[in-house]
Ligand binder design. Structure first.
Ligand code: CA
Length: 552
């Protein structure tokens, strides 16, 4: 998460072209080392699977990439190819090849290993030095020259938004994949969530407009007014945004043009898939095959089934690496101010990991209970100033991340799928060796560390019912809810094997199956808590008149 997630995105890129990106503090080569190692591993495994030479394997992988990336890949090969080919041909381990290139270092006294080696540390250092002398310096690439949009993003608002209403007609770069699609990007008073009559124009983009000639009433008034129409906004972290790196990208046997076809879109979405997430999912996962499979159910998709008037009324403000101290700023990026005459909102604060997660090997950087309480309280006070009356706030606690190690430890990571030689224990230890784990506390082979992390997470979670209790009845414009440990309870009832809940590449985030399951669980919890009221009895009439409005 956070900078770590930016690194993981870079990993995905590096798999293709061995480029490096500027990242925060790490040791032993950090991201550059991970990138290089993954790339070399894929080249070696492609040689093995296809029985081809190193240079053929490298050109083959370059040829799978889209547009500019394919060109950059070929350019990179001109410099790198001849230097590293002899070592790859000789079957040197990817870790050793990347150490020789200077991408992996031994700042802490020893090199980090993703793959097993039978060399001693001394032999390894000697071998690496000999190889380095003959390879020479290696040039790095800048991610921003290839995917400039990503580097121009300074906030979490749509990059393409002509009327500045925070809604876009373009899907990526915080557009309609993240927030309901704008149905008029030239008029700032036309946007999803508006509370309007829509006699002539669909001012809230839910597809319902015009006048019923019999009654003289507008359809919006006739079928939506008084039905409890409500929008949903999720302010959270990478789990809210549905972070995912397609495992095909790290599985040599599956590399192809098809699996990289959506590479640029994935990067423009910060490697997040909000359009398939538990909170604001609204597309079918089948549209993104072969890079994602599984069901799609979200709180938003169920809210639309509940009331067709809610169509397009969603906002995903999930940000990789965010923690509770970010909530107050995310409030300002919400498009929901009662001054603009908008419908009520179900706003979810869902920071489920980063307050106890980082790459640092310490408990000291974790959020304290008082900081946790104060950050959420401050964000709520700000939200009460702008949210429309009748809104709801749901507080989601941190997940018990011990499920990650307990479930994944001995399973094989996609990068080890060719030879069954990399387990998640090795993968987690490898990231920790370079201080770039998204979560040292959970992704750790030391059980005491994992249990202590849970003690701290529990002490934070205990603040939520306290906060609800302390403030209930004091909010002017919303009701506040703590619906229990949503993620943990959803996990307990998950009907398939537990590993299917977890993203294969990062071994950290909820999978597509996990997202759909959590989305359904949260909808049911929201319904049970009385937040929603009855279904809109006009749904069938709306569908008959205006169509099903699937997707966008
Ligand atoms: Ca409308």
């Amino acid at each position: 998460m956070g900078c770590s997630n930016i690194r993981v995105i870079a990993v995905a890129l590096a798999i293709c072209i061995g480029m490096t990106s500027p990242v925060a503090a790490s040791v032993n080569g950090g991201t550059d080392c991970v990138l290089c190692t993954a790339l070399v591993a894929l080249v070696e495994q492609t040689m093995q699977i296809k029985s081809i030479s190193a240079s053929s394997a490298m050109s083959t992988i370059c040829s799978y990439l889209p547009g500019a990336l394919s060109v950059a890949c070929d350019v990179a090969l001109l410099d790198l190819g001849p230097k590293v080919t002899p070592y790859i041909e000789a079957g040197e381990n990817p870790d050793a090849v990347c150490a020789s290139m200077g991408m992996c270092k031994n700042d802490t006294g020893a090199y980090c290993h993703l793959f097993p080696t039978n060399m001693s540390d001394v032999e390894y250092v000697q071998r690496v030095s000999a190889m380095r002398n003959s390879i020479g310096p290696v040039r790095a690439f800048n991610i921003c020259t290839i995917v400039p949009g990503v580097c121009q993003m300074e906030n979490h608002l749509p990059f393409s938004d002509s009327d500045d209403d925070f809604f876009s007609t373009q899907p990526t770069l915080r557009g309609s994949d993240w927030r309901g699609k704008d149905c008029d990007d030239t008029n700032s008073s036309i946007f999803p969530g508006r509370n309007s009559h829509d006699r002539v124009v669909d001012e809230n983009c839910n597809g319902i407009y015009g006048v019923d000639q019999l009654s003289g009433e507008s359809y919006e008034d006739k079928w939506c007014a008084g039905t409890g129409a409500v929008g949903v906004a999720a302010l959270g972290d990478s789990a809210t945004a549905h972070f995912r790196i397609p495992p095909n990208w790290l599985t040599a046997a599956n590399l192809s043009k098809d699996v990289f076809a959506d590479l640029l879109s994935v990067l423009e979405n910060e490697a997040d898939w909000p359009m398939l997430s538990w909170s604001t999912g609204h597309l079918n996962a089948s549209e993104f095959e072969p890079n994602i499979f599984g069901p799609m159910t979200s709180l938003y998709s169920r809210l639309v089934e509940h009331n067709r008037c809610n169509h397009r009324d969603y906002q995903n403000l999930g940000v990789n690496g965010a923690r509770v101290s970010d909530l107050i700023n995310f409030d300002t990026e919400l498009a929901r101010n009662r001054v603009k005459n908008v419908k009520p909102l179900i706003m979810i604060y869902s920071m489920v990991g980063n307050d106890v997660c980082s790459g640092h090997h310490t408990f000291n950087t974790m959020t304290t209970p008082q900081e946790y309480y104060d950050s959420i309280l401050a964000a709520l006070q700000k939200a009460d100033n702008f949210l429309p009356t009748g809104s709801h706030v749901i507080l989601v606690p941190l997940v018990d991340g011990r499920i990650l190690y307990d479930t994944m430890a001995s399973r094989i990571h996609p990068i080890g799928s060719t030879n069954n030689d990399v387990t998640y224990t090795q993968f987690y230890n490898y990231l920790n060796c370079m201080d770039i784990s998204p979560c040292w506390g959970w992704m750790n082979s030391n059980e005491t560390v994992r249990n202590t992390t849970w003690e701290i997470a529990s002490s934070l979670n205990a603040q939520l019912p306290r906060l609800v209790n302390d403030t209930k009845g004091t909010w002017k414009n919303f009701d506040i809810h703590f619906l229990g440990n949503i993620y943990d309870e959803a996990i307990t009832t998950f009907p398939w094997p537990r590993y299917m809940l977890i993203e294969p590449v990062d071994g950290f985030h909820p999978s597509q199956y996990g997202n759909a399951w959590i989305g359904d669980f949260l909808y049911n919890a929201t319904l049970a808590a009385g937040i929603l009221g009855p279904k809109n009895p006009n749904n069938a009439a709306i569908i008959a008149k205006f169509g099903n409005q699937g997707g966008y």
